[in-house]
Design a protein. Structure first.
Length: 446
């Protein structure tokens, strides 16, 4: 009896240990499964920053906006679906969060190097670190092993990401609630030593607040009209001195009442954080070492690990258009036969045999890498033939044909199949980051 209780306790202890182990992130998580991960991410981040220096700031902010909403789980990257409205269009992100196209590029480079292994949430964490380092800031060992969520919530994004109108005590409690200290708040706010803000986020400060250097107020007013709705998206650097260098001049600005956002200046406004701001303004090393530690803590917020979540392969925004011009290994068997490759589900019976089945043997493992065009008629032309094939049940992949399978997307497929112009103009309505351009603005701060 005693020995069976002992065994039960031992088993429970073992299971608890397993849970804890699963829940822990590790800097070596992918060292054998994806040895080239760090170099792959860094080279893509570096070339994005070479093209546009601000991109480093934008990538850093994506990791913050991911982690603050239900943990670092890649939720920010999900597009809206029929079952949830995602975070990209939440007030703090809409017309503001950027860099999604770069994350797509990193993800596809990583998928090339090690398919199906690395989560999007981890990619955001590494890209944030690399951005800071490339712009002259500190480096740190990024903890990895996060998995991606299958869902997202616009409401959670609206509620969890602090707006720039917050006062010090509100900022402190938002950060404390996520396990981040007041010192972490000040250190992480030092991210505003790089990047830009839109007029709508600092308008109330430059017209109404008195703890702002008057010449800076004047300069900013010249490009940010008083009336809401006019010039809302005009940009100004968060750090007026060196917005593309990761240094400590953000804190030097605060001491001179030159913080751009209300929330920035709250950190040096006669309150409990004044001394931390002073310390960081006097010593870049103190700031940078605290910043690195705080980033690691932020990256630890509620990760999905073990068997929770998934390793998301890609982002919907890029799949369908690339299918117009790429070729993939064909994975389907003969007419009506199930897919045989890993990760592929049964392809419904073809109403019309696909022309290339002769080049894809039924047995999995044989001819796996033989190619077939995704668009059987004009695979090298960017036209709307892909949609015409779907209507004839000639989509090559199961996921292709899902778009015309009696569901809510049938009408869109029909419209695109009838009009190349509709299809191509809908492609163009994505901006450079792959987000839909929407004509209306929701202001955040006015
Ligand atoms: C303390 C609370 C914070 C508030 C209220 C805040 C607010 C803002 C606002 C309003 C903007 C300008 C957005 C726009 O105009 O489109 C911004 C930009 C930025 N934020 Fe924060 N932020 C905070 C904390 C953080 C943290 C913790 C990080 C990173 C760890 C961060 C990184 C950035 C970066 C890098 C930019 C510039 C992005 C770009 O140029 O694309 N912020 N933030």
């Amino acid at each position: 009896m005693a020995s069976s209780s002992f065994m039960t306790i031992l088993t429970l202890a073992f299971l608890m240990l397993m849970r804890t182990t699963n829940a822990q992130l590790s800097t070596k998580f992918y060292s054998s499964s994806c040895p080239k991960l760090f170099s792959t991410v860094k080279s893509t981040v570096r070339s994005a920053i070479q093209k546009e220096t601000r991109m480093g700031a934008s990538l850093l902010r994506l990791h913050f906006h991911d982690c603050f909403v239900n943990g670092c789980d890649g939720s920010l990257l999900l597009d809206d679906t029929s079952s949830f409205t995602g975070e990209k269009n939440a007030v703090p992100n809409k017309n503001s969060a950027r860099g999604f196209n770069v994350v797509d590029k990193i993800k596809s480079a990583v998928e090339n190097a090690c398919p199906g292994v690395v989560s999007c949430a981890d990619i955001l964490a590494i890209a944030a670190r690399d951005s800071v380092t490339i712009l002259g800031g500190p480096s740190w060992d990024v903890k990895l092993g996060r998995r991606d969520t299958r869902t997202a919530s616009q409401a959670a994004a609206n509620n969890s990401i602090p707006p720039p109108t917050r006062n010090l005590n509100q900022l402190v409690s938002t950060f404390n609630a996520l396990g981040l200290s007041t010192r972490d708040l000040v250190a992480l706010s030092g991210s505003h030593t790089i990047g830009q803000a839109r007029c709508t986020t600092f308008r109330p400060r430059i017209y109404k607040e008195t703890n702002l250097d008057s010449s800076l107020a004047q300069t900013r007013q010249s490009n940010c009209p008083r009336t809401s709705g006019s010039g809302d998206n005009n940009l100004a650097p968060l750090d007026l001195k060196s917005p593309t260098s990761f240094d400590n001049s953000y804190f030097k600005n605060l001491i001179q009442n030159k913080g751009l956002l209300h929330s920035d200046q709250q950190l040096f406004n006669g309150g409990s954080t004044d001394s931390i701001v002073r310390a960081y303004s006097n010593s870049y090393n103190t700031f940078s070492s605290d910043f690195a530690k705080a980033m690691i803590k932020m990256g630890d917020i509620k990760p999905l690990t073990g068997s929770n979540g998934e390793i998301r392969k890609n982002f919907l925004t890029i799949i369908w258009t690339t299918h117009k011009i790429e070729q993939d290994p064909i994975q389907q068997g003969k007419q009506g036969a199930p897919y045989s490759g890993p990760g592929y589900t049964t392809r419904p019976t073809w109403t019309d045999p696909l022309p290339k089945e002769s080049n894809c043997p039924k047995t999995y493992g044989s001819g796996n890498n033989n190619l077939a065009p995704l668009d059987l008629q004009s695979p090298t032309v960017f036209d709307n033939h892909y949609y015409k094939t779907l209507i004839k049940n000639k989509g090559l992949l199961q996921s292709d044909e899902q778009l015309f399978d009696g569901g809510s997307t049938n009408a869109t497929v029909r419209a695109y199949s009838k009009s190349y112009d509709t299809f191509s103009s809908d492609c163009e309505s994505h901006d450079q980051d792959g987000r839909y351009q929407t004509p209306h603005w929701i202001s955040w701060g006015d």
